[in-house]
Write a protein that binds this ligand. Sequence first.
Ligand SMILES: Cc1cc2nc3c(=O)[nH]c(=O)nc-3n(C[C@H](O)[C@H](O)[C@H](O)COP(=O)(O)OP(=O)(O)OC[C@H]3O[C@@H](n4cnc5c(N)ncnc54)[C@H](O)[C@@H]3O)c2cc1C
Length: 461
Amino acid sequence: MSDEATTTFEQSLRGRLVRPSHPDYDDVRKLYNGMIDKRPRLIARCVNVADVITAVNFGRDNGLLIAIRGGAHNGPGLASVDDGLVIDLSLMKGVRVDPEKRTVRVESGCTSGDVDHATHPFRLAVPFGIVSTTGVPGLTLGGGTGYLTRQYGLTIDNLFEADVVLADGRFVTASQTQNPDLLWALRGGGGNFGVVTSFLFQAHPVSQVYAGPIFWDAAHARAIMRAYRDFLPNAPEELGAFVGLKTFPSTDPFPRDHWGKRACAVISSYNGSAEDGEKAISPLLKALPAPVFNWMGAMPFPAIQRLFDPFFPKGLQWYWKGDFVKSLPDEVIDTHIAQAAKAPSELSLMHLYPIDGAVHRVGKDATAWAARDATWSMVIAGIDAEPKKAGDLKQWARGYWEAVHPYNLEGAYVNFMMDDEGDARIRATYGDNYKRLAAIKHKYDANNVFRVNQNVKPASS
Ligand SMILES: Cc1cc2nc3c(=O)[nH]c(=O)nc-3n(C[C@H](O)[C@H](O)[C@H](O)COP(=O)(O)OP(=O)(O)OC[C@H]3O[C@@H](n4cnc5c(N)ncnc54)[C@H](O)[C@@H]3O)c2cc1C
């Protein structure tokens, strides 16, 4: 790759090309997960589709490994690559709401908070995740779970259309009528198929919600997890409620006498009035001892979406393990509690996010996401600010996962995997859909130009 070629590339971009010698390089290359430290050769900060096409062509023609960057929240840092080219979309922030059709066109630099901000004045929302700084593209292409999932499905179940720059530089639209196989693959198949420059989503009526966390002392964890397990299948789908094994944060406004002690929490959002929300959660609460606090209350939907943002600033150390979970027998609940008690830091957690309700009404082969029979997406996350803790976080998450995995399904949400899971795990995640995904990968990216991801290998290789 000659200097001349790089200069020509730089001059053809409307956005900036950041090289290692640039004063902003260290800042721009930083990822959300502080455990990952990658040094790309070039970062193309694209501002429009033309920049993306130019960047894909340059990377491919010069044999560079290409990473695609949206919100940079990916656990193993697959939004960057050592010595390769990062196609950084984070400056592409356009959002356009069509209140009549209830659709939203979202450019790939948006976080879920950017979209909530744009849709809320229209009393609409798209189902995204539970932390508003998470990028829309990575979350969507992996599947997308959050508070609205039980009622309105995964994020991909609300994806109608995507604009994509393919490995050969062509710009195409994926929809039910144009390249429908590509749309099928994008709905859960990750960043394997091209660079998505914008998404068209279905939005839903969501405005005020009854939402917030309820925390108990961990001594009650067994009763809470059992009651939650039995309660969830019959709970109204307007109620998105996940259970977590956590620690009371040592900070205000949490009660001081509980700071740093182990906790079990149910964190919920009911899409509707406070009165209906209280009614929806009350069968669970009636079955349980009084919590240390119940901070559920009426709030605008974007408020619950960003409630936990301050606890998870950019730059913490993260190590994740996930699984799809179909059922929670009593014995695995006990295993969870024993493993969670060994958490190496206050922020480390286990969450079980519900993926029932509307998710189960979509066929296993209707999208790339095959786990339509799972009840929860589990994540075990070792998290801490201190880089020296990295080894402890990994060891704890791996040990915890090994203890509970035999009770779970084979695969996991691709967005809750690091990059050390291996090919068999990715195949298990996609199950019977893997073969079709590999064939579509061959059609759109036969040379595996886009392989810095949870990689689906092109069928013929
Ligand atoms: C604090 C936190 C909370 C989270 N909560 C949730 C949650 O509630 N629900 C949930 O579902 N997930 C959640 N996640 C996981 C999240 O979905 C993933 O981390 C996801 O990768 C984030 O998307 P991103 O755009 O920020 O990713 P990035 O790191 O920017 O990209 C990740 C990968 O996605 C692909 N990609 C990104 N942009 C594009 C594009 N435009 N075109 C093609 N491929 C692309 C690439 O393969 C890239 O390597 C959470 C993560 C964090 C850190």
